[in-house]
Design a protein around this ligand. Structure first.
Ligand code: TYM
Length: 336
């Protein structure tokens, strides 16, 4: 049986939040004891939208600090930034030639991010999923922990792998990746609108809990979170058409490492203020130490850059070997 290899990435666009944590980073931490894991700060993805250069540099370090503060071991995992390993970009170009324009046009994230003015979006934003496929496949990763919003991109990654294996007659060369998406909370929703996902780009800071929020702010945001007038049901069926209620209860379940049924058993019949005070308490207990650790780690830039250098050396070794094989399959030669 082939060895399992995990890969995932997080954009360094600042303000990592509870959605990133429960949807992805917490899973990264669980996986580190079971598999070989590669976790990447995907800075090349971030520039598909304009980034202030100084801010980008500090956001890259902050993302590494967030990984470590959340419990990712720098010994067990390969932690690095995408721009340090050139083979990501090389394979992305190859995938630009394998992937089809029709496939890109179907991507819902592009449509959401480009908004009404599609003509003015960067070409990078359109071909973003090809770079994402390259990130994963340059390591021949088999499993990818992500939030549900990335599922379509992973389906595309599977299509690209199949087409490449077929076009270049190299059956099983690229693995067909499996997404690892939390069953309990595939998508953490905004605290203000249960139909929108929690996102760093939401104008309202009250829509999300940031990893660096302090105790008072977390209390205030949960207090202000939208709910409805009914009490908490005892059964999941009682959450139908109650997106905000379901979101708060699912966050509670996820952060307490239990499930929705059990939470409904405990809170059924009670009002939301009871749930909200328990929820604030648990979030504060879990998130505030991470936020404090991020702030502490950010004071030691040298430590953070050492982590990136060490991770880059390891990642580059695997990627260089694989890009050599890929060039060979295609008939490309580096005359060096
Ligand atoms: P990004 O940087 O937007 O988000 C990082 C991770 O957090 C998850 N996430 C959420 N999960 C649940 N609920 C939410 N509200 C929520 N918001 C964000 C995302 O699903 C993601 O797992 N394209 C990716 C980055 C990427 C990548 C990759 C991921 C680039 N290359 C290769 C995996 C493999 C992105 O923009 O994630």
């Amino acid at each position: 049986m082939k060895k399992k290899r995990v890969f995932s990435g997080v954009q360094p666009t600042g303000n990592l939040h509870l959605g990133n944590y429960l949807g992805a980073i917490d899973n990264f931490v669980n996986l580190q004891n079971k598999f070989e894991c590669i976790y990447c700060v995907v800075d090349l993805h971030a520039i598909t939208n304009h980034q202030d250069p100084k801010q980008l540099k500090s956001n890259i370090l902050e993302t590494v600090a967030s990984f470590v503060a959340s419990g990712l071991s720098t010994e067990k995992n390969i932690i690095f930034n995408q721009a340090s390993v050139a083979a990501h970009s090389e394979l992305a170009w190859i995938f630009n030639c394998v992937s089809r324009i029709g496939w890109m046009n179907r991507m819902t994230q592009f449509k959401e991010k480009a908004g009404s003015n599609k003509e003015n979006a960067s070409v990078g934003l359109l071909v973003y999923p090809n770079l994402m496929a390259a990130d994963i496949l340059i390591y021949k990763a088999t499993h990818v922990p992500v939030g549900e919003d990335q599922k379509q991109h992973l389906e595309l990654t599977r299509d690209i792998a199949k087409k490449f294996n077929n076009d270049f007659k190299c059956k099983d060369f690229f693995p067909i990746v499996e997404p690892l998406i939390s069953k309990d909370i595939p998508r953490v929703m905004s605290l203000r609108n249960g139909k929108k996902k929690m996102s760093k780009s939401d104008d309202s800071d009250y829509s999300r809990i940031n990893l660096k929020d302090d105790k008072d702010l977390i209390n205030l945001k949960i207090k202000k979170a939208t709910t409805d007038a009914d009490s908490i049901p005892s059964e999941i069926s009682g959450l139908k058409d109650r997106a905000e209620a379901k979101n708060l209860l699912s966050i509670y379940a996820s952060i307490n490492k239990t499930n929705l049924e059990k939470v409904l058993k405990d809170f059924g019949g009670k009002n939301f203020s009871t749930l909200k005070s328990s929820l604030s308490e648990t979030i504060i207990e879990k998130i505030c130490p991470i936020g404090k650790e991020i702030t502490k780690l950010l004071q030691d830039e040298k430590y953070l850059t050492t982590i990136l250098k060490k991770g880059t050396n390891k990642a580059d070794l695997i990627a260089k070997e694989n890009i050599k094989e890929i060039y060979n399959l295609i008939g490309l030669t580096k005359f060096t």
